[in-house]
Design a protein around this ligand. Structure first.
Ligand code: TA6
Length: 288
C-alpha cells in the first residue's frame, strides 16, 4: 500500500510481509528509510538538513549528471530538484509495491547543463529486497555525457567491525591517496581510517557486493546486485571529517558506510533520443 507523508512531500511504500517499508522524498527522489522488521537498513544522519540546495545526508541521494566536483554543483542537480510522482502499482500476488518518480530539464537545469532529458527512478519494495532502476532518456537532438550513482548510506553497528566483500582483484582509485590507481588484493575491505575509493568495473567481475556487520553478536549481511552500474564507490569520512561536517558529526562516523553503485569512472555517452537503464537490487540476507 501507499501513504502520503507530510502533505505529499514524501511517499511511503508498505509491504504486507516483514513490516517492510520505504520512505521517499520528492526532494531528490531521495529514499530516506528502508526498514524490515523494525530494523533500519539505511542510515540517515540526525543532523541531516532538508533545506533546498543540499543533498540529504543519508538514505539514497541520486547523483546525476556529474559525480563529485566539476562544472556543475557537487554530485550534479538531481539530488536537489523536486521530482514528480508517476505510476504506482501493487502486485496482487506478491504484495510488491512499486512507485516511479520523474525529473526533466527545466529553466534552471538548462542554464547549467544545456540538454533536454528525462529521468525515471523506479523503486520496488519486496519482502526483504529493495530495487531501484534509473532510466535516462536523451530528449535532445545532440549527444550528452553523464555520470550517475546511487549514493547509498547503510547503517552499521560499528564501522570498525564492518567488512565488505566482493571487490577482490578489482582496480580502484584511492581518493585519499592522490587518486592513485591501486589493485584490491583483500577478500574483505575493512575500515581503519578515512576511505574514499572508486572500484572500477567492480560490478562486471563479480556483480555482487556484500556488507557484513559483525558487531555485538548482531550479524547481518546486505547484498547488492547491479546491472549496468559498473563501478562501486566505498566511502567513510572517519572521525575528523565527520566532526567538521555540519550534517554528520563525530558521533555518527562509526554508524554508517556508503556503498554506492554507479557509472562514474567512464562517463556514459548517450546519443540523441536514446535510453540508458541501470539498476541495483539490495537484499537483506540475515539479521538478528
Ligand atoms: O561518494 C563519495 C563522495 O564523493 C566523497 O568524496 C564525499 O565527499 C561524499 O561523496 C559526500 O559528498 P557530499 O557532496 O554529499 O558531501
Amino acid at each position: 500500500e501507499f501513504e502520503f507523508v507530510s502533505g505529499f512531500s514524501a511517499i511511503r511504500l508498505i509491504h504486507g510481509t516483514n513490516k517492510a517499508s520505504v520512505e521517499i522524498l520528492l526532494y531528490g527522489a531521495t529514499v530516506v528509510s528502508w526498514n524490515v522488521n523494525d530494523q533500519k537498513i539505511l542510515f540517515l544522519s540526525d543532523k541531516a538538513s532538508f533545506e533546498n540546495g543540499k543533498g540529504i545526508r543519508g538514505g539514497i541521494p541520486v547523483v546525476f549528471p556529474q559525480f563529485g566536483p566539476g562544472k556543475l554543483p557537487q554530485h550534479g542537480f538531481a539530488r536537489t530538484k523536486k521530482w514528480t510522482l508517476g505510476d504506482t502499482n501493487v502486485d496482487k500476488q506478491t504484495g510488491d509495491v512499486t512507485a516511479k518518480f520523474h525529473l526533466h530539464d527545466d529553466e534552471d537545469t538548462l542554464k547549467i547543463w544545456p540538454f533536454t532529458f528525462e529521468l525515471t527512478l523506479s523503486i520496488t519494495l519486496k519482502a526483504n529486497k529493495f530495487e531501484q532502476k534509473l532510466t535516462v532518456i536523451n530528449k535532445d537532438d545532440k549527444q550528452f555525457d553523464f555520470t550517475a550513482l546511487l549514493h547509498t548510506y547503510f547503517t552499521v553497528s560499528d564501522i570498525n567491525k564492518t567488512k565488505i566483500s566482493g571487490l577482490r582483484n578489482i582496480d580502484y582509485i584511492d581518493k585519499v591517496d592522490n587518486a592513485t590507481l591501486k589493485h584490491e588484493t583483500n577478500e574483505y575491505i575493512e575500515f581503519v581510517s578515512e576511505t574514499d575509493r572508486v572500484y572500477k568495473n567492480g560490478a562486471t567481475n563479480n556483480n555482487l557486493v556484500t556488507i557484513i556487520d559483525n558487531s555485538n553478536q548482531q550479524q547481518f549481511e546486505i547484498q547488492i546486485k547491479t546491472q549496468t552500474f559498473n563501478d562501486f564507490v566505498i566511502w567513510n569520512p572517519w572521525i575528523e571529517k565527520a566532526k567538521n561536517s555540519n550534517d554528520i558529526g563525530e558521533h555518527n562516523y562509526s554508524k554508517f558506510v556508503c556503498v554506492e553503485a554507479g557509472q562514474v569512472s567512464k562517463p556514459v555517452e548517450l546519443n540523441s533520443k536514446q535510453t540508458w537503464n541501470a539498476s541495483q537490487e539490495i537484499s537483506l540476507i540475515s539479521h538478528s
